[in-house]
Design a protein around this ligand. Structure first.
Ligand SMILES: NC(=O)c1ccc[n+]([C@@H]2O[C@H](COP(=O)([O-])OP(=O)(O)OC[C@H]3O[C@@H](n4cnc5c(N)ncnc54)[C@H](OP(=O)(O)O)[C@@H]3O)[C@@H](O)[C@H]2O)c1
Length: 270
């Protein structure tokens, strides 16, 4: 299926690792020009080289702290200079789970940090990208939220609240931008063995016998510590969600907006 991405211009924030990078790879393979935003320069540069190898005619990273509105504005000014217009913005950056504490154990700073990266970064990026999206012949925004918004875990209080805010504002963006045919959707991942995920798992006590490279063990951790089982007996690999994000963010998706798509290995969530 031709997604209509050849020559399209795409920005994936959080595109240097995990699910964001998996999506960026799909856009690159289909011939899109891709800008990726994250903090670590080395991973950005390495990923940009990989995207070029995969077929992107223009791939580059901009080191950006997405909790800094000024830095976001500068990044989109640079994207504007290079691309002129933007077809697709993917907001994928975020922590895998944030500070694992109950609501009363979290201080204001941690709450604010969770909202800055979990929700406000998507709003700030969409706001900064809007003039460029409006210049494009077709435009899409994809917001990567989380399945944990649909089932509470006490120690994911701030993370879940921030992702719930992102899911809500994503729907609002769809309503606000619908008249201009800028389509906005949410993709809600279940458990994915991304870099962030594996790193968090690597810190677990050895005696638990959980191997971060084993997708079955990844799901066992999630089931035991967070109570989020899936129908499938394993976690997802980021390469299994990248194509979903790419489709939702493509020209080919022409009538789905305001949707919240679960990619979670099976759940009872609607
Ligand atoms: N993995 C899961 O099981 C899971 C489940 C549900 C939802 N999610 C959500 O899905 C998205 C992708 O998660 P992932 O697990 O694939 O992530 P990951 O492997 O941890 O990668 C996170 C990406 O975001 C960037 N990032 C993080 N904080 C940033 C900041 N302050 N400024 C700029 N860039 C920042 C990272 O780059 P730098 O570190 O270089 O900045 C990296 O590119 C996140 O929004 C996450 O909350 C994940």
């Amino acid at each position: 299926m031709d997604l209509g991405l050849a020559g399209a211009t795409v920005c994936v924030q959080g595109g240097s690792k995990g699910m964001g990078r998996a999506a960026a790879r799909c856009f690159a393979q289909d011939g899109a020009r891709v800008a990726i935003l994250a903090r670590e320069r080395a991973t950005l540069e390495e990923t940009a080289r990989e995207l070029a190898r995969l077929g992107s005619p223009e791939a580059f990273g901009i080191s950006t702290d997405l909790s800094d509105d000024e830095a976001i504005r500068r990044a989109f000014a640079e994207i504007g200079e290079r691309f002129g217009a933007l077809n697709t913005l993917v907001n994928a950056a975020g922590p895998t789970g944030g500070s694992l504490r109950t609501f009363d154990q979290l201080g204001d700073e941690e709450w604010i940090e969770a909202f800055e990266i979990g929700a406000l970064a998507a709003v700030r990026c969409a706001r900064a990208a809007l003039p460029l999206l409006r210049k494009a012949e077709w435009a899409r925004i994809v917001n990567v939220s989380a399945h944990s918004t649909k089932r509470q875990t006490a120690i994911l209080a701030a993370y879940t609240a921030a992702k719930s805010a992102m899911t809500s504002v994503s729907k609002n963006m769809s309503l606000a931008l619908g008249p201009e045919e800028i389509l906005v959707n949410t993709v809600s991942p279940g458990s994915f063995a991304s870099e962030g995920f594996r790193q968090a798992m690597a810190g677990l006590p050895k005696e638990r016998g959980l191997d971060p490279s084993d997708l079955g063990d990844c799901m066992r951790w999630i089931r035991e510590d967070f109570g989020h089982p899936a129908h499938l007996p394993r976690a997802g690999d980021p390469s299994e969600i990248g194509p979903v994000i790419a489709f939702v963010g493509s020209k080919r998706n022409s009538y789905m907006t305001g949707a919240n798509i679960n990619v979670d290995g099976g759940s009872d969530f609607t």
